[in-house]
Structures are given as structure tokens and as C-alpha cells.
Design a protein around this ligand. Structure first.
Ligand code: ARG
Length: 411
């Protein structure tokens, strides 16, 4: 059997992946290249110190890749066009970032001649699935190592291990919660949240801390399915999402508290905050209401949950997901226009929408004098629409129970 010699590890800078660097060297006899992907997690420390920590843990090379623009354009954008919400609620925050991280792991493996990649996921979660399936899709020849799944250490054991091996750790970040964050939102797990009855303490939230008191309005401009400007100011997607999120989040809006079905068969209590994602999905859905033809809109609604499920399940690089992407892209040709969002404490609502390619026809919809709708057409249409039911009902009345002759009160 082939034994890996050089590994590119997906490095977060946290305790587990820092310990993983040393553990891989000592237990697998490999050289470790640590790769940290900046997907907009707004790390509390500079990339410099993150690189230093990886090297101090024993990595031969430490790389930080700024993936924000790519992540937004190639991974978040398709999710927004698909209004992707797993189980109707979760905007796939972590699910979307894994494939872009894998892309860079594989690229680094090629560049540095590595024969394996590694991740710091446990065996109980979805992220291992996403890392491994994505790697198999992009680089079937690479081995995947999962030190955290293999080593069976508790958090205390890992801390111990770090101290024994002189691995630097961020004391402030060894928090009670497991947090995964990127520019699309933030996932919070563990600690008291593992009791689904317990209300999340306010201090778990960072993107939705309520500070704003006065209502405000925001106009989001969409071009073919994607937001391109806020209040007339054009921004690239990776800047627009946090900009919208900052406003909406300051009203304490954008939280999700749910019990979710993981791919590995575990029900898990999840707390998320994704103010930008939820506001933009809501605005996008609304603009589709104005601009998508009815049958297309309905078919798209059927495919959206499937897309979300595939991506949640680690199938980013898969033929079905790609085919649905093609459908969704095609559907977005006329999803252009503006959406008015109104924020107030605890709320964010769509209060208006308009589009140069709107399918809303005032003459057809109005009840006032400017009516252009042909009412005579309606009478015949409705008669034919109901003809089958009418025929069926007339037979029921003659022979079934409840027919006029049967009723106690007489007919
Ligand atoms: N349950 C979410 C998901 O599967 C969030 C996972 C968060 N990941 C983490 N390593 N804390 O997408």
C-alpha cells in the first residue's frame, strides 16, 4: 500500500488543526503543508500569526489564500440564485465553503508535490463528507487523512497534547462553542446549545447583535439573479454580502435555531446567524416573484431544495448539482431589478420591488378604470377549467350519500 509522504492540511489556526500538524508528523511520518483559506471568517488575529502558529507546530510550509472573491462569485452566487436553504432554513454556510477550500488544497498538493490532503473534521459531522467527496471528485489519486477522526482525543487531551509539544494556541479562542464562519454566515455548536431546549445565550451571537433602534430602508439592485449594488453603490459580491449583513444584523435579525438532520444520521441542534444571506435570499425570491413566468417559477421551487440537499451532502462537484446549476442559470436571465428592504428592530421585510423586465402588468391586475383584462375570456375559461369537476360532482349528487334525497332536513 502506498504511504503518503507529504500532506496538505486544511488549517484553521485553531487547537485541533494545530495539534493535527504535529500529530501527522509524529504518527504518519509525513511532511505537513498548512493551508488556511480566507473565506471571510474575519479571523481575530492576523494571517501572520496564523502562519507562525502552523510553522511552530511543525509545518514545513504555511500558506494563507485569500478566497473571498472566488468563494462569493463561484460558490455563494449559485446558492443565492438557487435560494438554497437546507431543510427550508439553513443557508448552507459551512457546506459552501468546503468545496472552495478543497479546490485550494488540491491546487497546493499539485504545486508542492503532495500525495495527500488532510482535514480536521470529526467523524460525527457533515464537513468530513464534504472534504472527502470533493477531494475524490477533483483528485481521485490523492489520499485523504482525517487525524481528528482517527486520534480519539477529547478536547482536554488535545490541550494537553498541545502543551506537551509546545504548540502555540489562542487561549481566547478556546471557547465553549464550536464556531464556523465565512462571509455567508456563522454556525455555532456545542456547549449548552447541545440541549435543544436551552435558549441560545446572547453571547453566542456576533453578526446579529442588536444595536440599531431607528428603522431604515435599503434598496438592493439585482442583475440577472445577483445583487450588484446597495442604495445605488456598486459592490463586488464578497463586499456586498457583509455590507448588507452589517445593516440587517444590527437589528438583531438573521438568526436561525433549528434541529437539523446531518448526512451521517445524527440530529443536531444548530444555531446560525446569516443576516446578509437571509436578507439577500429573501430579496432575490421576491424579485423572482415579479420576473419569473409561473411554470418556470414553480419548477424552480421544486429543484431548489434538491440543490440545497446535494450541496449539504457534499455533492458540490457532481453531475446532478451541475445540471441543476445550468437550469438555475438559465432561469435568471430576467431576474433584474430592485428590491426595497425595510429593517426595524427584530425585522427585515421586503416592502417593494420593481424591474424593467417585470411581468407584473398593471392593466391586467388593476380593479380600477384602467383595466385592460378581457372579462369575457374569463367566463369561458373558468367554465372549462371546472368542467371535469362539475361532471364528477353531478354524478355524486345523484347516487352518493349526502345527495339531496338523503339529507335529513329534506332537499
Ligand atoms: N451543521 C452545519 C453544516 O453541516 C454547520 C457545521 C459547522 N461546522 C463546524 N465545523 N463547526 O453545514
Amino acid at each position: 500500500m502506498h504511504v503518503a509522504e507529504r500532506v496538505v492540511l486544511a488549517y484553521s489556526g485553531g487547537l485541533d488543526t494545530s495539534v493535527a500538524v504535529r500529530w501527522l508528523i509524529d504518527n504518519k511520518g509525513v511532511e505537513v503543508i498548512a493551508l488556511a483559506a480566507d473565506v471571510g471568517q474575519g479571523a481575530s488575529d492576523s494571517p501572520g500569526t496564523l502562519e507562525e502558529r502552523a510553522l511552530a507546530a511543525g509545518a514545513i510550509e504555511a500558506i494563507v489564500v485569500d478566497c473571498k472573491a472566488e468563494y462569493a462569485a463561484d460558490f455563494v452566487a449559485p446558492a443565492l440564485k438557487a435560494n438554497a436553504l437546507y431543510e427550508g432554513r439553513y443557508p448552507l454556510v459551512s457546506s459552501l465553503s468546503r468545496p472552495v477550500i478543497v479546490k485550494h488544497l488540491v491546487a497546493a498538493a499539485r504545486e508542492f508535490g503532495a500525495d495527500a490532503v488532510a482535514h480536521g473534521c470529526t467523524g460525527k459531522g457533515n464537513d468530513q463528507v464534504r472534504f472527502e467527496v470533493s477531494t475524490r471528485a477533483l483528485a481521485p489519486d490523492l489520499e485523504v487523512l482525517a487525524p481528528v477522526r482517527e486520534w480519539g482525543m477529547t478536547r482536554e487531551d488535545s490541550l494537553d497534547y498541545a502543551i506537551r509539544h509546545g504548540i502555540p494556541i489562542r487561549a481566547s479562542r478556546t471557547s465553549l462553542y464550536s464556531i464556523d464562519e465565512n462571509l455567508w454566515g456563522r454556525a455555532i455548536e456545542c456547549g449548552i446549545l447541545e440541549d435543544p431546549w436551552e435558549q441560545p445565550p446572547e453571547d453566542v451571537f456576533a453578526m446579529t447583535v442588536p444595536t440599531a433602534t431607528e428603522p431604515t430602508e435599503m434598496v438592493v439592485t439585482f442583475d440577472r439573479g445577483l445583487p450588484v449594488a446597495v442604495d445605488g453603490v456598486s459592490m463586488p459580491l464578497h463586499e456586498l454580502i457583509p455590507a448588507v449583513g452589517a445593516v440587517v444584523g444590527s437589528y438583531g435579525w438573521g438568526r436561525i435555531d433549528m434541529v437539523e438532520n446531518r448526512r451521517v444520521g445524527i440530529k443536531s441542534r444548530e444555531v446560525y446567524e446569516a443576516p446578509g444571506a437571509l436578507a439577500l435570499i429573501q430579496a432575490h425570491q421576491d424579485l423572482e416573484g415579479l420576473t419569473l413566468e409561473r411554470d418556470l417559477a414553480h419548477e424552480k421551487l421544486r429543484l431548489e431544495p434538491r440543490w440545497a440537499e446535494l450541496v449539504y451532502d457534499g455533492m458540490w462537484f457532481s453531475p446532478l448539482k451541475q445540471a441543476i446549476d445550468a437550469f438555475v442559470d438559465e432561469s435568471q436571465a430576467y431576474v433584474s431589478g430592485e428590491v426595497r428592504l425595510r429593517c426595524a428592530p427584530g425585522r427585515c421585510d421586503v416592502v417593494g420591488r420593481r424591474s424593467p423586465v417585470s411581468l407584473y402588468d398593471h392593466g391586467l391586475a388593476t380593479y380600477d378604470a384602467s383595466d385592460t383584462f378581457n372579462h369575457d375570456d374569463a367566463a369561458g375559461f373558468v367554465r372549462l377549467w371546472g368542467l371535469g369537476v362539475q361532471t364528477w360532482a353531478s354524478r355524486q349528487v345523484r347516487s352518493g350519500p349526502g345527495s339531496p334525497g338523503d339529507s335529513p332536513g329534506g332537499g
